[in-house]
Structure formats: structure tokens, C-alpha cells
Design a protein around this ligand. Sequence first.
Ligand code: AMP
Ligand code: GLY
Length: 416
Amino acid sequence: MNILILGSGGREHALAWAVQQNPKCDKLIVAPGNAGIAQMCDCAAININDGDAVVSLASDHAIDFVIVGPEEPLARGIADTLREAGFLVFGPSKKAAQLEASKSFTKEICDAANAPTAAYAHFTDGDAALTYVREQGAPIVVKADGLAAGKGVTVAMTLPEAEAAIIDLFTNEGAEVVIEEFMDGEEASFFVLSDGETLLPIGTAQDHKRAFDGDAGPNTGGMGAYSPAPVMTDDVTQKALNEIVAPTMAEMANRGMPFEGVLFVGLMIKGGQPRLVEYNVRFGDPECQCLMMRLGGQVLDLLQACAERRLSEMQVNWADDHALTVIMATDGYPGAYEKGSVIKGLDALIEDSKNMVFHAGTTAKDGAITGTGGRVLAVTARDATLKAARDRAYTSTQQIDWPEGFYRTDIGWRAL
Ligand code: AMP
Ligand code: GLY
């Protein structure tokens, strides 16, 4: 089978690593990939948001199966474009990808599905939004929607913070804002494959969003993760599946936009009751690195069965193990940072089925690996206990010689 993976992060390196272990994988190409991925397979430097470029790459290489990593091409409709061109694809349609691209769409679906989530209101007018938060008081959560979605989420612990976030968002013409009730509890991520009909859970994880130890500093894309998430007990997992995921998926199918792909369910759990924080329509990064390390080569069979709408035939073969990943980021991230510093010590590391350094933001230059992204490496280990996985991941980070980089030293602390 010839396989094309779209994306260039640690998530895609981990996907490629797992897929390549499956004997069904004859040829693997990752577009655009990165320096770590290029050490294991061919990379193709194309713009993956350009449907024509992706279709012609897939045609040129007689690709049998395309796996889409990031959300942006999905939200732009790459899965539809590829399906129309006759390719087998893992990833939701543009309509189904609204579950990540539009917060107000997701809220509307959750209302219709009766899925437990935060109470909310949607605004296209700044003054109305300000009046509403003054009535509600803090803590409260302000989320950009629609055109301004890049500006993200403010969890405002005080009213002035909420007001400032709203004023900032409405400096943009055509801004849309969702204001949500603040939910207290412990966060976890739940990953579920859906082929439009059958659901198959494929793991849980917890990540660390703040930049520095002790959950201090600014929010990032994720500084480390571990799987499984202890808070996701069998009971909480069943509740999340029955009360949140299944009704959402049924509502999507009823609306003629069945969700096909991996649903990343962000949950807040308190007193054994999960509530939805958000959906994403792809694997999490760096959660994926932990999931791939635990699942290994069977991932290809699972993703293929999902794309072929055969999930009802599948089951996940779980080992009773734990995985943990530590992100090494460039000094300054998530703010401004310098690009091009040299990372040494990677060649000496042992890489096997239990230890992997997945690359996220690297470039090969003059025979050296350089850091060219904010998040640069995902140092990942798997073992029988979380503590053993943690210890081995940190043994590897200490062997990596990169003065311009930093990492958190407390990944997994909540669970240890
Ligand atoms: P989102 O982009 O919706 O995932 O939000 C980013 C982060 O903000 C989440 O991972 C949570 O940590 C936090 N967050 C979002 N919505 C809420 C909420 N209603 N209550 C508490 N925290 C939230
Ligand atoms: N780690 C969070 C995300 O991938 O969105």
C-alpha cells in the first residue's frame, strides 16, 4: 500500500513512525514533513492547503491512502477534494470539520444532541458582549469565533480581563465571540475514531498547556503529554462516549454531515462527570506522540478501516502500558524566538519501540539538525508504568545538547 501523510509536526512524525511499522505499508511519503521525518521516508515540499497540489502528488505516486494530520487543510476541504478525485482518505469532510473550525456550530450541535457542556452565548456585537459579561461576572471564558478564531481563548478570572479580551477581539471587523460559563475540574483528552456510524475509542491523554513548570507562564500548543489519563476511568469514559460523543455523532449524521476521522474530545471532569470543553477533528499534538507509541503498527489497520467504513470489524489491541512525551521548545516560545540553532546529541540516542524523539520543528542544514520552530522535539518513551516512561523520556532530554532550547521538568506530575 502506498501511503501519503499530510503535515509537518511531531504528530505527523509519530503517525509516520507507527504506519511504517505495519507490513502493509510499501511506500510512505509525508508532505511537507520535516528533518526527522526525512530520515525515515521521502518528504514532498508542497503546500498541503492547495488541493490541486495534493491531488497531483497523490496521483504521481500512485497513492492508495491519504492520512491528513492538521486541521487547516481539513477545514478548507482537503478530504472532500481527495475523495472527489477517487482517493481513500482518513479525515473528515469540510462540513464535519466545522466541529473544530466553528465554536458556535459546535455549541449548536451540542444543544441539539443534549451533550453536557458549558452554558454559552454568541455575539457579533461588542457592546452586547460587554453587557452580557457584566451581568454574568467572572470567572468567565471568552472565545473568538469565525473570522477572528486565530486569537483564541481567554479564561478570565476577573471581569476586567474578560472586558479587555472582548474589546480586543472586536477591534477586528466582523468579529464573532462565544462567551462561556467557566468550568472547573480536571481536563483530559479522549480520542475516538468514527466512520460515520461506528465509534471506536483509541485512547486518552492529558497534556500540559502552560510553558513552564508548575503550570506557570503563557499558554502553548502543549509542552508535554501522557497516556492514559488516570481521570478517564472506565465509568467517566463510558459517560463521555454515551452522553457526549455518540449523540454528537448521531446529530452530525442526521444533518447529512457524518463525521469520518478521529474526534479529539476535550473534556472537563468534576465529581466523575465529564463535560465537553471542545472538539478537534484531528489527533492532538503532542498527545498523538503518546498514542502512536502505545498503538504502534495497528494504527494503519485502524485508520484504513475507519476510512473504508469498516470500524465495526475492528478492535484495539491494548498493552497495559503508559507513554509520556516531553516537548523541547526554542527559548522564547510561545513568543518570538530565534531560528537555526544547532541541536546535538540526537544520533547517540537509542530509538526503538519504546524510545523515540519525534521532530516537530527541525530542518537539516549542512549535515546538522537545527531548530526552526517553536516546539522542536517531542521526546517520547513508553513503559509498564508512567513513572518508568517519564524517567526514560527525561534521561533522553538530558542527553540532547541544545543550549537554545528549554523543556518542562514536571510532565506527568499530576498522575505520578
Ligand atoms: P479551547 O480552544 O476551546 O480548547 O480552549 C483552550 C483551553 O481553555 C482549554 O483547553 C481549557 O483549558 C480552557 N477552557 C476553554 N473553555 C473553558 C471553559 N468553559 N471553562 C474552563 N476552561 C476552559
Ligand atoms: N495539544 C492540543 C492540541 O493539539 O490542540
